[in-house]
Design a protein around this ligand. Structure first.
Ligand code: GLC
Length: 793
C-alpha cells in the first residue's frame, strides 16, 4: 500500500493517504521551542525540555493513537457539517487530504465540501511559539459561514507529574481569556523540577505562561476539557463543536485546554488566512510582554517573513554538502533527509518522538556524543557547546553520567563505554574545524574545579586503563553500546570484547589528535594502552571465523560458535576493522561471516540466532522477543558501522548493498509501518513473524552515522587534521559521482570518475588542474576549488 511519495526535488514528503499505519511525524522547532506534528495533527509542544517544560499533553498508549494535537475544527454554520483540517481527529473523507512534511514545516491540505484548506505549521526562528497559518478558500460558488475552532490540551509544566499525579496536579492550573488581546493564557502555580515522578513538593510555580491566540476576533472560547469534549466523547466529536456552544468561561481548576472559536464569512472564490499561534512567555516578563506576544504574527507579511527565515536557515544548513550519484534514492537522503534527521536528533537530544515520550530519560551521554558528529560541519558553535555540556558530566576520574538533564541532575550506571565517546566528539570537532585551541579551554567536572578539555580526555584514558579485567578487556558492567547485554557474567561480572575494540579505536583517535595538535607528551602512554587492548582482542577473542562478543563468568565465551543463541554479533566484526586490528585475513573473514550469518531481506541483524531462552547471566537481550530490538533485529545504527567497515576494507559493492537495503523507503509501508523518510532504530528481522516492521523512528544514532558514513566512507570525502581526504569506496557499477563539500572555508567541487569499474582505490587527483600526491587535499584559502578524481590505475 502506498501512503505517499517524495516530491520531485526530494525535499518534501507528501502523504496522500492519511490513514498511515502509524503516525508519521515531523519536527518544528527553533532550539528552544519544540513541537512534533504528525500527518494527523497529533503531537506535543514543549519549551526547552519535554519533561520539565511541557506545554501540551499527548496521551501515551492511547487508543486511537496520536492524540491530542494541534487541531482545527470547522463547523459550517448553515449546514452544521463538521470536519477537521487534518484527517484526524474528526476522521472524515480520507481521500481529499494531503500532508506535506518539509524541512522545519508541515502543511496539511484538504478539500472538503467546497472549502479548500491549507494549514502551515512552523516555529519562527526568533520567537518561542508555533504558528498554524490556516488558509481557507471558498470553492463552492456560494457564500459560506464557518466557525473555525483551534484546540489544544495543556500539560503546563512537568509532564511526568502531570501524568501520574493528575488528580492533584489539576488544582494548580489557571486559564483566562483577555478580550482586548484576543488571547487565552494558561499556567500552573506549582512546578516540580526533579526528573523522577515524585511526591516531593517543591515550593515554586511553573516559570512560563502559555498563550494561545488567533488573528481574527473570538466568538467564543473554552478552557476546560470536560466542557469542550463532553462526557463519553472524544476529540472526534467534541460536544462544544457539535453544539456550537463554547462556555467562554475562565477557570482555575481541571484539565485545562485552549479552544478558540472564530466565525468567518467567505464569499465565493474568497481566500482568508486565519492564524492561530501558541507559545510561551517567561513568568517574570508576562505583564510586559503579553501584549506584544498576543499581537505579533497577525498579518501575512510577518508570517511570510518568519517562514522565509526558517526555510533560509535550513537551506543554509544543507548548503555545506551536495551530491549527485547514479542512485536517485540515495541522493534524496544524502542531500536532505539524512542530514535533516541527524540535525533533528541532535537538537531534540533523542528524547521526544512518537516512541520516546520525553518523560523517562534525559540526554544519553553516548547518544549525545555521537550526535555531535551530525553538526560539526554545519554548526561549529553548537558542536562546541555540546562538547562543553558533555565535559561537565564527567568526574575527575573520567567516569561520566550515563544520562543527564544538563541541570546537574543525572545518573551513574556502570556502562563501560560511555566516557570513551567523548573522544569521538572532540576529535570529529577538531578535524572539521582545526580548532586545536579547544584542548586548552576549561570545563568543570561534576566533582572538581574546571580543567582543560585535554585533561578531560586524559581522564578518559585513565578510566579506560583502569577499567579492565582478567583478559585485559573492559569490565562489562551494566552494558556497553548494547544496553541489553547488561548482566554479562551475572553478578560475577564479564568482559566486553567490543569494548576492547572500541577503546582501541578511540584511543587511536586520541593519539592521532595529540600528534596533530603538536602535544605528543601523553601520546606514548595512550598508544601503549591502545596497543594493550588490540593485543588482548587478538590474543583471546578470535573464534575461528569471527570475533566473540564477550567473556562471561568462568571465561564463558559469548557470541561464539559454541553457543546455541547469539553465536555471532555484528559489532565485534565491524569494530575489529574500525579499531585497526592488524590481521587483514581475519578481518575479511569476520566481515564475510557477518554477511553470511547476519544477513536478511531487511538488512544485517545485530546478532544471530536470536535468543529463545532467558539467560540471567547475559541479560535483558535474552528476555526480549526474538527478532526485535537488540535480540536479533536489524538494528540500523550498528548497520552503519558495518558499512563503514566494508568501506575500510575497500569493498564498495558490499558497503553499498547494505546501504541500499537499509534505505527507509524500500519496504512496503504496510509492512514497514514507520515513516519512509527517516531511519528507524530497528527493523524486525526474519526471526519474528512480523519481519520488516520498523520501530523507534527519528531518534536514533542511525541518523548521524548514516549521514556521516555514507558521505565520509562511501563517497569517501572526510575531514582529517591535515585536510580533506578523498577515498571513495563505491559500487563498481557506478561510473562516478559528483559532490560538493565545504571544508575549512573552501567549497570543494569534486568530480569522481570510475572508468575501470573499480570499488575503491584512487588513481589520481587534480586540484584546480594540478595533480597532487596522495589523497588529502591541502588546506586552501581559496573560497572554491575544483577537484577531479580518477579511481583505478
Ligand atoms: C538505544 C540507545 C543507545 C544504545 C542502543 C543499543 O538506541 O539509545 O544508547 O546504544 O539502544 O542498546
Amino acid at each position: 500500500m502506498n501512503y505517499g511519495r517524495f516530491s520531485d526535488d526530494g525535499r518534501e514528503y507528501i502523504i496522500t493517504n492519511a490513514a498511515t499505519p502509524a503516525p508519521w511525524i515531523n519536527y518544528i522547532y527553533n532550539g528552544r521551542y519544540f513541537a512534533t506534528i504528525s500527518n494527523n495533527g497529533g503531537g506535543i509542544s514543549y519549551y526547552k525540555s519535554p519533561l520539565h517544560g511541557r506545554i501540551t499533553r499527548y496521551r501515551i498508549n492511547d487508543v486511537p493513537p496520536d492524540r491530542p494535537g494541534k487541531y482545527i475544527y470547522i463547523r459550517d454554520l448553515d449546514s452544521g457539517s463538521i470536519w477537521s483540517l487534518t484527517w484526524q481527529p474528526v476522521g472524515r473523507r480520507v481521500e481529499a487530504y494531503r500532508v506535506i512534511h518539509g524541512f522545519g514545516y508541515t502543511r496539511a491540505e484538504a478539500d472538503v465540501e467546497g472549502i479548500a484548506s491549507s494549514v502551515l505549521y512552523f516555529v519562527p526562528a526568533d520567537d518561542d511559539r508555533e504558528i498554524w497559518r490556516t488558509r481557507l478558500t471558498n470553492t463552492s460558488g456560494r457564500p459560506r459561514r464557518l466557525a473555525v475552532t483551534g484546540y489544544v490540551e495543556f500539560a503546563l509544566g512537568h509532564a511526568l507529574v502531570d501524568l501520574i499525579n493528575q488528580c492533584d496536579d489539576q488544582h494548580f492550573n489557571r486559564a483566562h481569556f483577555e478580550k482586548d488581546l484576543n488571547a487565552l493564557f494558561a499556567t500552573k502555580t506549582y512546578w516540580v523540577t526533579e526528573t523522577r515522578g515524585t511526591q516531593h513538593q517543591e515550593n515554586k510555580e511553573w516559570d512560563q505562561w502559555a498563550f494561545f491566540t488567533v488573528n481574527t476576533p473570538i466568538a467564543a472560547y473554552e478552557t476546560v476539557r470536560e466542557r469542550f469534549i463532553g462526557p463519553y466523547r472524544s476529540e472526534t466529536n467534541p460536544l462544544a463543536v457539535e453544539s456550537g456552544q463554547l462556555s467562554s468561561r475562565d477557570t482555575d481548576f481541571g484539565n485545562t485546554v485552549g479552544a478558540l472559536q472564530t466565525d468567518i464569512e467567505l464569499a465565493p472564490g474568497q481566500t482568508r488566512d486565519i492564524v492561530f499561534s501558541m507559545g510561551v512567555i517567561p513568568k517574570p516578563e508576562f505583564e510586559s510582554r503579553k501584549r506584544g506576544a498576543a499581537l505579533a504574527f497577525r498579518d501575512s507579511a510577518s508570517i511570510e517573513g518568519a517562514f522565509a527565515q526558517v526555510r533560509e536557515n535550513w537551506r543554509s544548513f544543507f548548503s555545506r554538502t551536495r551530491v549527485e550519484t547514479p542512485d536517485a534514492q540515495a541522493n534524496i537522503f544524502l542531500n536532505g533527509w539524512s542530514p535533516y534527521q541527524a540535525k533533528v536528533a541532535f537538537d531534540v537530544g533523542r528524547v521526544a518522538s512518537f516512541y520516546y515520550w520525553g518523560i523517562g530519560r534525559g540526554f544519553g551521554f553516548r547518544d549525545t556524543a555521537q550526535d555531535v558528529i551530525a553538526i560539526t560541519l554545519s554548526d561549529r558553535a553548537k558542536a562546541r557547546e555540546r562538547i562543553g555540556l558533555l565535559a561537565r558530566q564527567m568526574q575527575k576520574d573520567g567516569r561520566v553520567y550515563h544520562h543527564f538533564y544538563g541541570d546537574g541532575q543525572g545518573e551513574f550506571t556502570k556502562h563501560c563505554d560511555d566516557p570513551l565517546w567523548f573522544i569521538l566528539a572532540v576529535t570529529e570537532y577538531i578535524k572539521e574545524t582545526g580548532d586545536f585551541g579547544l584542548l586548552d579551554e576549561k570545563e568543570t567536572y561534576l566533582d572538581a574545579e574546571p580543567g582543560p578539555i585535554l585533561e578531560h580526555l586524559l581522564a578518559v584514558v585513565h578510566f579506560a586503563r583502569t577499567n579492565t579485567a582478567r583478559h585485559g578487556l573492559p569490565i562489562f558492567g551494566r552494558g556497553d553500546w548494547n544496553d541489553t547485554l547488561d548482566y554479562i557474567g551475572g553478578e560475577e561480572g564479564g568482559e566486553s570484547v567490543w569494548g576492547g575494540m572500541f577503546y582501541a579505536a578511540m584511543l587511536d583517535r586520541l593519539v592521532e589528535l595529540l600528534e596533530a595538535a603538536g602535544r605528543p607528551g601523553s601520546a606514548p602512554e595512550v598508544r601503549a594502552v591502545r596497543d594493550r587492548f588490540r593485543a588482548a582482542v587478538e590474543e583471546h577473542c578470535w573464534d575461528g571465523e569471527w570475533y566473540i562478543r564477550a567473556f562471561g563468568e568462568n571465561d564463558r565465551r559469548i557470541g561464539s560458535r559454541e553457543n546455541t543463541y547469539g553465536k555471532i554479533f555484528i559489532n565485534t566484526q565491524s569494530w575489529a576493522v574500525i579499531a585497526g586490528l592488524p590481521d587483514r585475513a581475519r578481518l575479511v573473514r569476520a566481515m564475510d561471516s557477518a554477511r553470511r550469518l547476519l544477513g536478511c531481506t531487511y538488512g544485517p541483524k545485530i546478532c544471530a540466532p536470536a535468543f529463545r531462552e532467558i539467560d540471567p547471566k547475559i541479560g535483558l537481550i535474552t528476555r526480549c522477543v526474538r527478532g526485535k530490538k537488540e535480540n536479533g533485529a536489524v538494528f540500523c545504527h550498528p548497520a552503519a558501522w558495518l558499512i563503514q567497515a566494508e568501506c575500510l576494507l575497500g569493498r564498495g559493492d558490499a558497503a553499498y548493498d547494505y546501504y541500499r537495503t537499509l534505505l527507509p523507503d524500500r519496504v512496503d509501508s504496510d509492512i514497514f509501518v514507520a515513516e519512509p523518510y527517516v531511519y528507524s532504530q530497528y527493523i524486525t528481522s526474519d526471526e519474528h513473524e512480523g519481519a520488516g516492521r520498523a520501530s523507534h523512528s527519528w531518534q536514533t544514532g542511525t541518523a548521524a552515522w548514516m549521514y556521516r558514513v555514507s558521505f565520509d566512507y562511501i563517497l569517501g570525502i572526510r575531514p582529517t587534521y591535515a585536510g580533506l581526504l578523498i577515498d571513495p569506496v563505491i559500487p563498481s557499477s557506478w561510473p562516478g559521482f559528483k559532490a560538493e563539500r565545504v571544508f575549512r572555508g573552501t567549497r570543494y567541487f569534486i568530480e569522481v570518475e570510475n572508468p575501470d569499474g573499480v570499488e575503491s582505490g584512487v588513481g589520481s587527483i587534480a586540484v584546480d588542474g594540478h595533480p597532487i600526491e596522495g589523497s588529502i587535499l591541502p588546506i586552501s584559502d581559496a573560497p572554491e576549488s575544483g577537484v577531479r578524481v580518477r579511481l583505478g590505475r
